[in-house]
Design a protein. Structure first.
Length: 382
């Protein structure tokens, strides 16, 4: 008589962002039952149709389209970025360009064609179940992909309809975007203006207005049907990507580029690694360390150089970038070279947060930020 074999229990994933949906797609495609719990009513709820870039310079092994193809992920409606205009504090303009795309523009949010809804479609097609308005506690999840926990960096953005012109403008001015930058993108009739900062978070509205005035003084750009949003990001380094003892991918697992706050590529690739580890019973922490640890440490050193350079250093960076292939230049920044690897532990020791933090990660590194976090907690923004 045949012995009944019970099906393995479904995998539970907390969070339907890029990390959770990538993992769900790969697990479901491998024939496993997967339930993704999303606390909001839609995917991408913290975004408003804004344009973001998936950078294509940090990993020399494959381009972004090749990564999507290897993982069998449906590609969102994306637009390659091969040029940009950088402005320094005195509004001096440097035009940068690259032969191959240094990044890919995608839209974020709950609308059709965004990265979020495209990944959702792929996960559903693979057979995953996604339950909206369903919060799952990290301790009950097989994979935690719940995104950032606490504001280490803060952005205010406006998404709008624009004319058909392509504009990729970045303002590097510590006086209007402390520790960050302001950006204006118009691509395919849609646009985004944003100001991202990592200091004095309570002053976000003031910085946003100043940066907008400054960037729009270059050219008055059509902005119809504007939708505004505040959103935040995490910066931490965690040798064990765990939350409450469970594997954690994407920003929940502290996977993010410390230099510019870019997290989408990390979210997708760490979500894929987590699925691989779950399927093979492998060690996710070891896989993640091998794939990302050196690059992330180098991004801490890069951030130190970025902040230490001040307005002069940023202006120099913009002018140098205009004389190089921008993708190759970026790739050089991301490469874990000996000098930056040596600088990273010194910066980490200098900046180390020795007090309490809200990341809820086990033994990890993050930067001292109590003052700003307290300001945000007191509701001085938004
Ligand atoms: C303004 C702004 C601009 C950015 N621009 C860029 C850019 O240009 N390029 C780039 O690469 N990165 C950018 N980033 C960072 C990027 O958006 C994130 O790194 C990326 O979305 C992280 O993906 P994730 O899957 O880890 O988390 P998220 O995208 O945050 O998804 C997590 C999901 O989990 C859900 N969730 C949370 N808790 C629970 C729970 N307990 N139960 C169920 N569901 C839960 C959330 O609702 C959310 O849908 C930007 C970030 C901001 C804020």
């Amino acid at each position: 008589m045949a012995v009944p074999v019970s099906a393995p229990p479904p995998y539970s994933i907390a969070g339907a962002g890029p990390a959770g949906l990538t993992a769900a797609t790969l697990l479901a495609r491998a024939g496993r039952k997967v339930v993704v719990h999303e606390r909001n009513a839609t995917v991408g709820a913290r975004f408003v149709g804004d344009l973001q870039v998936i950078e294509d310079a940090s990993d020399p092994r494959e381009t972004v389209p090749a990564m999507f193809a290897r993982l069998g992920l449906a590609a969102p409606a994306w637009v390659p970025a091969t040029t940009a205009e950088f402005f320094d504090a005195k509004l001096r303009r440097s035009v940068v360009s690259s032969k191959e795309p240094y990044a890919w523009f995608v839209r974020r949010g709950p609308d059709a064609g965004t990265l979020d809804t495209t990944l959702l479609g792929g996960a559903l097609e693979a057979g995953a179940e996604v339950r909206f308005r369903s919060r799952l506690e990290p301790k009950d999840a097989d994979l935690v992909a719940t995104g950032p926990q606490t504001p280490d960096g803060l952005a205010r953005e406006t998404a709008f309809e624009s004319d058909g012109a392509t504009r990729v403008r970045v303002l590097f001015d510590p006086a209007v975007a402390p520790g960050g930058y302001a950006y204006l993108f118009t691509v395919g009739g849609r646009g985004t203006f944003g100001c991202a900062i990592v200091r004095d978070l309570g002053g976000i509205d003031r910085y946003f207005e100043r940066a907008r005035e400054k960037l729009l003084s270059v050219e008055k750009v059509p902005m119809e049907g504007a939708r505004d949003a505040y959103s935040f990001m995490n910066f931490a380094l965690a040798p064990e990507p765990l939350r409450e003892g469970r594997p954690a991918a994407g920003e929940a697992g502290a996977f993010q580029d410390y230099l510019f706050g870019l997290g989408m590529r990390y979210a997708i690739s760490s979500g894929a690694l987590a699925a691989e580890a779950l399927l093979a019973g492998g060690d996710f922490a070891a896989l993640a360390r091998a794939s990302f640890a050196r690059r992330q440490r180098v991004s801490v050193a890069n951030r130190f150089l970025y902040e230490a350079g001040g307005a002069f250093g940023l202006s120099l960076f913009a002018r140098l970038a205009a004389h190089a292939d921008f993708r190759a230049l970026l790739a050089g920044f991301y490469r874990p070279g000996a000098l930056r690897l040596a600088l990273a532990p010194i910066v980490a020791a200098l900046w180390r947060n020795r007090g309490r933090c809200a990341h809820r990660l086990p033994e990890h590194w993050c930067r001292r930020r109590e003052r700003e976090i307290r300001e945000v907690a007191l509701g001085r923004i938004g």
